[in-house]
Structures are given as structure tokens and as C-alpha cells.
Design a protein around this ligand. Structure first.
Ligand SMILES: NC(=O)C1=CN([C@@H]2O[C@H](COP(=O)(O)OP(=O)(O)OC[C@H]3O[C@@H](n4cnc5c(N)ncnc54)[C@H](O)[C@@H]3O)[C@@H](O)[C@H]2O)[C@@H](O)CC1
Ligand SMILES: Nc1ncnc2c1ncn2[C@@H]1O[C@H](COP(=O)(O)OP(=O)(O)O)[C@@H](O)[C@H]1O
Ligand SMILES: [K+]
Length: 480
């Protein structure tokens, strides 16, 4: 798993490392790595390095210092470097001296626009992990003029380092070069960061346990159930799907189909869309009611069941079965409106809730807000459940505080029925006995990958997502 640390934890670790490292050494390591990446962007975008023009946007902190030192390294490779100083009196003195010694130029922000307009690459050293609030007007004005590819130092300035919120003026980078460890912004605002490159400055041993995680293919491949020699259709975990209705059978077909594709074992369906489900997925054992569905090791409940009395009874019955439950869509709304249905649940049985922002508001009485990690954690604590908060970057929080952030592969999942596919994936993994947090996080990752594979650069449908699940799993197992 990739670890991600909040800026408070990063700062504390940096302080510990700085105390045992020669003065300026960490910044030199950071700046050397940064210069290497700026050269690579120049080589790719401007056809070479020597003779190309780099403009550094330099704020008043160490982030600007990194940019200035990198400018000095770039001068050695023949790059024409101009630093635009946002606050000349507070500029990092050693960095500025190094740039000047190397033959680089420094100008004030008044002269910035003419240099920015001729740049082959712009290095964003406006602000790093100590940023507070949106970009100040002068920084925002200069950042708004940039047309060249941007290499962001540590993070794209103006994007909140800990929440990834980008609701004010901010930089959008082609590449972000970060130091020591990934910060929340890199996982929560991938569209602002571009490609993220992590430069090792020796911080890892000082960091401790991560605050957030991102699953890698190897993590998913290691836990995704595949049958072994001793397995049969029951031993891998049977998942039950309570979804859809006679009027709206689609949710049932999508959630059940997703479960069929996800794992080998067996899928049971219970609800008013049994005939349609059977016709589309003959391998499913389908029945009309959850009370005669047979034994399962986990239930998926909610998509398309309605929010009335019947849906409530279905949910209450399922919560009383002492098996893990993924409650999605209408089940989320039922829980929000009649939380006493949860009394049927044995507190030891895992529950996964999968709200989108609107369902979250129903559950919690407020929108998730900009701090989506905190929002997911609060809901997980309130409901003693794993909460998968849907969005471009889906956040999965466990009641014990663990949080995983999903890596999106584009926005192809923004299609009707896509959530039904996700819930089928989660249910299959719960039935196989996975830890519910890991189940939800792995499902989200496979869901996004299936979206990208189904789309191949043109919009896909939820049915396309279901069809692409095997390809996503094949890819994950191949690269692990
Ligand atoms: N401490 C260390 O050991 C290392 C720090 N490094 C760099 O240092 C950075 C952190 O440096 P600092 O703590 O000095 O702080 P920053 O450079 O992140 O920013 C602080 C400065 O920016 C200004 N500022 C804050 N919010 C602003 C806004 N919204 N708009 C415009 N200006 C704003 C503040 O007035 C302050 O002077 C990291 O992001 C990284 O780039 C790296 O060199 C690696 C080693
Ligand atoms: N812009 C986006 N980028 C990436 N994923 C998205 C985006 N919009 C929605 N998704 C994902 O698509 C799914 C939509 O689920 P949901 O809102 O329940 O839709 P539906 O009810 O139509 O199935 C969620 O997994 C969500 O994270
Ligand atoms: K920056």
C-alpha cells in the first residue's frame, strides 16, 4: 500500500530529520530531484533542455527556496532561468544567491508577465505545505497567465495540502514533484497535480504509520479471491443481492452481474426482478423474496428496492442475518430516515455504507464539505460502519480510523448504474471474508479500472463496466 501523511505529520518528521542533517542538505536533495524532473518536462515538451527557458514563480517560503535551488541546477544544464519573486524582501536568501551565482536572473512580479509568456516551462514554487487559504491576489494573477507546462514544487499552489480542495484560484500542474512522502493533496486532487513524482529525501524512517492509504495492484491481487484446488461453489462465499424491483429491474441486473463477474463462487438474487436477472445471468440462483433466498455469507441490499415499508422490511431482515452487509442507494436512505432499522444488526457484523454526497447529507444532516476524509471518518464513527464516500476520488473510512483513497482513472464512472456495479463488487468481497475496509477499497479500485478499460477513451455504460470487470482483474493480477 502507498502511504500518505498529513502535513502536520510531515512537518514533525522533517523537524526530526533536520536535527540530524547538515544545514541545507534536505533542500538540496529536494531541489536536485526537482531539477531532474523539470529537465525531463523540457525534453518532452520543448524538444531539449539546453537553451530552453524556465520561469520560476517564487513565494516567500522554503517552497520558493526549492525552486531557486533547482533553478541553479538547471543553469548548469544550459537552461535560461528567470525567477519571478512574489515577495523580494522575504525570498529564500541562500536559494536566491545560488541562482544568481549560477547566472540566473531574478525579477519582481511587475516584470513577471513578459517572462511567463515566453517560458517553455514554469516552476510553481509559490507555496508548499505551509499554504493557508486560496492564493493571494498577486500570486493568483501570475498563475493565471501561465500557458506553458507547469512543474509544481511539492504541490500545486492554491490547492489545500490536506484536503485537496481547489475552490479558489490555483495552479494546475503537468507534473508535481514532491519530497519525502505523499501528502493528501496528491491523492485527493490528482487532476490538479498531474503526474506525481516522489523524490526520496530520506524522510521515510522518521514518518511512522501513514494517515491515509492508496491500494496498489499487488495489494488487490493479494486479497482478491480466486478458487483453489479444494474450493467448490460454496466454499468461496455466496453473496446475496437484494436489489431492483419489477418496475426497475436494471439495478438488480447490474449489481448481480457485477457480483457474477467479480468472484467465482455463487450469487443468489432475491427480489421482484428475479425473472429478468435469471434471463440475463443464468448462473444466478434467483428467488422472489429475501426470506426464502437460502444461506449466503454476505448481503448486498439497496439499489432500486425503494424507500417504503417493503424496502425497510427487506433491509431489517438482512441486517438480522449475522452476515456482513453492503447497504447502498435506497438502503442508505432508509437508514437515514429510520435509523432504528439498525437495531436489527448484531454490532459485530460488518456493515459497509456507500453514500454519494446526497446520501451522505441524508445520513449526516450536512454535505460532506471540502474535507472529505474527515467527513467519511465521522460517518464511519457515527454508524460504526465502513463508509465509502463516492466521488471522483472515493474515500473509504473504517470505524477504527483507517482511510483509503481511491485512485481514479478518468471520470468514466459518472454514468447511471455505475454505483450498482460497485456495490456488487463490494458484496462479493465481503462474502469471501475480506476485511470490510479492504473489501470496499479494493472494489473501488477495480471499479475505476474497469471504467477506464470499458471506456477506452469514449464514454461507457454501466453494462460496459460489468463486462470489463474480468479485464480489470486480469490487468491487476498481471502487473502485481
Ligand atoms: N522543511 C524541510 O526540511 C523541507 C522543506 N521543503 C520545502 O519547504 C516547503 C514548506 O516550506 P515553508 O514551511 O517555508 O512554507 P511554504 O513555502 O509552503 O509557504 C509559506 C510561505 O508562503 C506564504 N503563503 C502562505 N499561504 C499563502 C497563500 N495562500 N498565497 C500566497 N502565499 C502564501 C506565507 O506567507 C509563507 O511565507 C515544502 O512544501 C517543500 O517545498 C523541501 O525543501 C524539503 C525539505
Ligand atoms: N466524476 C467522476 N469521476 C470518477 N468517478 C465518479 C465520478 N462521478 C461518479 N463517480 C463514481 O461513479 C459511481 C456512481 O455511483 P452512484 O452515484 O451511486 O450512481 P448510480 O446510482 O447511478 O449507480 C461511484 O462509484 C462514484 O464514485
Ligand atoms: K508549489
Amino acid at each position: 500500500m502507498q502511504g500518505i501523511w498529513t502535513t502536520a505529520r510531515i512537518r514533525a518528521a522533517e523537524d526530526r530529520l533536520l536535527a540530524v542533517t547538515p544545514d541545507g542538505e534536505l533542500m538540496r536533495r529536494a531541489a536536485f530531484g526537482l531539477a531532474t524532473q523539470v529537465s525531463a518536462v523540457l525534453a518532452e515538451g520543448a524538444g531539449g533542455v539546453s537553451g530552453r527557458r524556465a520561469v520560476l514563480l517564487v513565494g516567500s517560503g522554503n517552497n520558493g527556496g526549492d525552486a531557486l535551488w533547482a533553478g541553479a541546477f538547471l543553469r548548469r544544464r544550459g537552461v535560461a532561468v528567470t525567477a519571478v519573486l512574489l515577495d523580494p524582501a522575504k525570498t529564500h536568501a541562500a536559494g536566491l544567491a545560488a541562482l544568481r551565482r549560477s547566472g540566473g536572473r531574478a525579477v519582481s512580479s511587475v516584470d513577471g508577465p513578459q517572462w511567463i509568456s515566453r517560458a517553455d516551462v514554469v516552476v510553481d514554487g509559490i507555496v508548499g505545505i505551509s499554504a493557508r487559504g486560496p492564493l493571494r491576489p498577486e500570486a493568483a494573477r501570475l498563475a493565471g497567465l501561465v500557458e506553458a507546462p507547469v512543474v509544481a514544487v511539492d504541490l500545486p499552489s492554491g490547492v489545500d495540502p490536506d484536503t485537496g480542495a481547489a475552490d479558489g484560484p490555483h495552479v494546475t500542474a503537468t507534473r508535481t514533484v514532491t519530497f519525502g512522502a505523499l501528502k493528501p493533496v496528491h491523492a485527493l486532487a490528482p487532476q490538479e497535480c498531474g503526474e506525481v513524482v516522489l523524490v526520496d529525501i530520506g524522510l521515510r524512517p522518521s514518518l511512522g504509520e501513514p494517515d491515509l492509504y492508496r491500494l496498489e495492484p499487488a495489494d488487490i491481487a493479494a486479497v482478491w479471491p480466486v478458487p483453489g484446488p479444494g474450493d467448490d461453489k460454496y466454499s468461496q462465499g455466496v453473496v446475496g443481492i437484494a436489489a431492483g424491483s419489477a418496475t426497475y429491474p436494471g439495478a438488480a441486473v447490474l449489481a448481480s452481474g457485477s457480483a457474477v463477474q467479480a468472484t467465482a463462487g455463487m450469487v443468489r438474487y432475491a427480489g421482484h426482478a428475479a425473472d429478468v436477472v435469471r434471463a440475463r445471468w443464468p448462473e444466478i440462483v434467483a428467488t422472489g423474496s429475501v426470506t426464502d433466498a437460502g444461506r449466503v455469507q454476505a448481503w448486498v441490499v439497496g439499489p432500486g428496492i425503494g424507500t417504503g415499508a417493503e424496502g425497510r422490511e427487506v433491509l431489517r431482515h438482512i441486517l438480522g442475518q449475522d452476515v456482513p452487509v453492503c447497504a447502498d442507494a435506497d438502503a442508505t436512505t432508509i437508514i437515514a430516515h429510520t435509523p432504528e432499522v439498525l437495531d436489527a444488526r448484531d454490532p459485530d457484523t460488518p456493515l459497509v455504507l456507500t453514500p454519494h454526497a446526497g446520501e451522505y447529507e441524508r445520513l449526516m444532516g450536512r454535505r460532506p464539505g471540502v474535507d472529505r476524509v474527515a467527513a467519511a471518518r465521522e460517518a464511519a464513527a457515527k454508524y460504526d460502519a465502513v463508509v465509502l464516500l463516492k466521488g471522483h476520488c472515493t474515500v473509504v473510512a473504517a470505524p477504527d480510523g483507517r482511510v483509503a483513497v481511491n485512485q481514479p482513472h478518468g471520470s468514466w464512472l459518472a454514468t447511471a448504474g455505475s454505483g450498482d456495479v460497485l456495490t456488487g463488487l463490494v458484496g462479493s468481497l465481503l462474502a469471501a471474508g475480506l476485511d470490510p475496509w479492504l473489501a470496499a477499497a479494493a472494489a473501488a479500485q477495480v471499479h475505476s479500472l474497469a471504467g477506464a478499460l470499458a471506456a477506452e477513451d469514449v464514454p461507457t455504460s454501466a453494462s460496459g463496466l460489468v463486462a470489463a470487470i474480468p479485464a480489470a482483474l486480469r490487468l491487476i493480477r498481471a502487473v502485481a
